[in-house]
Design a protein around this ligand. Structure first.
Ligand SMILES: [Zn+2]
Ligand SMILES: [Zn+2]
Length: 335
C-alpha cells in the first residue's frame, strides 16, 4: 500500500462518502453502514444479512466486517448463452472471449477459426463433416472440463456449465471489512476474488485463460462477462455494459454509479468517467484517490481479464458456507 493512500483509508465510510456522502463516521455499531450496504444490494437476491461480524483479514488484522449471503445469479436477466452449437451460428448464439486485450464475439465462425487465431493446427472444436461444435452440456461434462486440469477427453470443446444442470443453486457468502485496513503490499485478486457487484454476482479475479487455451478449450463468458462453475455458480471475469445502470447505487456525479464493493471494502466504479474519459493516475490495482479524498477502484476494460488489478488493502473472505467465519490470513486452495 502506498503510504500516500493511507490517510484516505477512513474506511467504508470514506468509500461511502464517495457515493453516499456525509456519513456518521463515529457510529460504533456500524448500523448506518449496514443500512447503506443493504440498500446498495437491494437489486441482489439476498438470502441473509448484511450483518456485522468479527473477521480476520488477509494480513491477519482482526476487525469488523459485514457479512452478506446472496444467490449467485442476477435477478434482472438470465445468464448465457455461452457456446454456439454450429459453425454457422451468429453472435446471438454465443458469448464473448478475450483476445489480445479485447472482447470478441464467440460466434460459430470464431470457433471454426481457432487454428488460425492461435496459430496451432491442433485446434478443432467442430466436426468438419457436419459443422457441429463440440460443447459441454451436462453437469458431468462441465465438471470434467471446467477445472484447471481439463480432462483430456474434453480437449477441443467449448466449455460451459449450464446453470440448470447444477445440483443445487449456488449461494455465496461475502465477508468484507466495514472499514478498509491498510496492507503491507497489494494482493492479487485470484485468491479472494475482486469483490461483489450490486446485483450479488461475484466479481472474480482473472480467468485462467492460459490453462483453458492450453487444453484446447474455450470457456466463453456471456455478453455480461459471466460464466458458471459448479462451486460458486455464475461469476464475472469482465464488467460490460450490463452493470451500467445500477438501480440502487447513488450516482456519484462525474464517476457514474458504483458497480460493486471490493473484497478489501473499497468502492468499485465504472471503467470510464461519466463523460467517457479515462480516470487519471490509476495505480497498479486500478485504484486512485478521488477529488473527495476517498480511495476507490475503476474496473478494467472488459477484455483485459482484470476487473481489478489487485487489492490495495487487506481482503476479507468469500465463503461457500453461509455459517462459516472469515479468517482470510489462512490461504485456502482455490477451485
Ligand atoms: Zn470463471
Ligand atoms: Zn475515480
Amino acid at each position: 500500500m502506498p503510504s500516500s493512500v493511507k490517510p484516505f483509508l477512513t474506511g467504508l465510510c470514506a468509500m461511502a462518502t464517495f457515493p453516499f456522502a456525509a456519513l456518521a463516521h463515529d457510529d460504533p455499531t456500524h448500523d448506518a453502514q449496514l443500512d447503506r450496504i443493504a440498500s446498495f444490494f437491494s437489486a441482489a437476491d439476498i438470502r441473509s444479512g448484511p450483518e456485522r461480524v468479527d473477521c480476520t483479514l488477509s494480513e491477519g488484522e482482526k476487525t469488523a466486517c459485514f457479512k452478506i449471503t446472496v444467490a449467485a445469479s442476477p435477478l434482472t436477466y438470465t445468464p448465457g448463452p455461452w457456446c454456439p452449437t454450429h459453425i454457422t451460428d451468429g453472435a446471438d448464439a454465443g458469448g464473448i472471449w478475450f483476445l489480445d486485450g479485447k472482447t470478441v464475439d464467440v460466434t460459430g465462425a470464431f470457433l471454426a477459426q481457432l487454428a488460425e487465431v492461435y496459430g496451432d493446427t491442433k485446434w478443432q472444436l467442430y466436426d468438419p463433416d457436419t459443422g457441429a461444435i463440440r460443447y459441454t452440456g451436462t453437469l458431468e461434462e462441465c465438471q470434467a472440463a471446467a477445472r484447471p486440469d481439463v480432462d483430456p477427453a474434453y480437449q477441443n470443446y467449448c466449455v460451459q456449465c449450464l446453470p440448470e444442470t447444477l445440483p443445487q443453486e449456488a449461494v455465496v457468502t461475502y465477508v468484507i471489512p466495514l472499514d478498509p485496513v491498510a496492507a503491507t503490499r497489494p494482493a492479487p485478486t485470484n485468491i479472494s476474488g475482486s469483490g461483489v457487484a450490486y446485483n450479488g454476482v461475484r466479481l472474480d479475479g482473472p480467468a485462467p485463460v492460459d490453462a483453458i487455451l492450453g487444453a484446447y478449450t474455450i470457456a466463453p463468458f456471456d455478453d455480461c462477462g459471466g460464466h458458471v462453475n459448479p462451486h460458486v455458480g455464475y461469476h464475472y471475469h469482465a464488467v460490460t455494459d450490463c452493470l451500467d445502470a445500477a438501480p440502487t447505487a447513488p450516482d456519484a456525479g462525474d464517476h457514474g454509479a458504483q458497480i460493486g464493493i471490493a473484497m478489501d471494502g473499497f468502492a468499485i466504479l465504472p471503467h470510464l468517467m461519466a463523460d467517457g474519459t479515462a480516470p487519471a493516475d490509476l495505480d497498479q490495482c486500478k485504484g486512485h484517490v478521488g477529488q473527495d479524498g476517498s480511495y476507490h477502484y475503476h474496473v478494467g476494460e472488459a477484455g483485459s481479464n482484470a476487473i481489478l488489478g489487485c487489492l490495495t488493502a487487506q481482503a476479507g473472505c468469500t465463503l461457500e458456507d453461509a455459517d462459516g467465519s472469515c479468517d482470510a490470513s489462512v490461504r485456502r486452495p482455490r477451485h
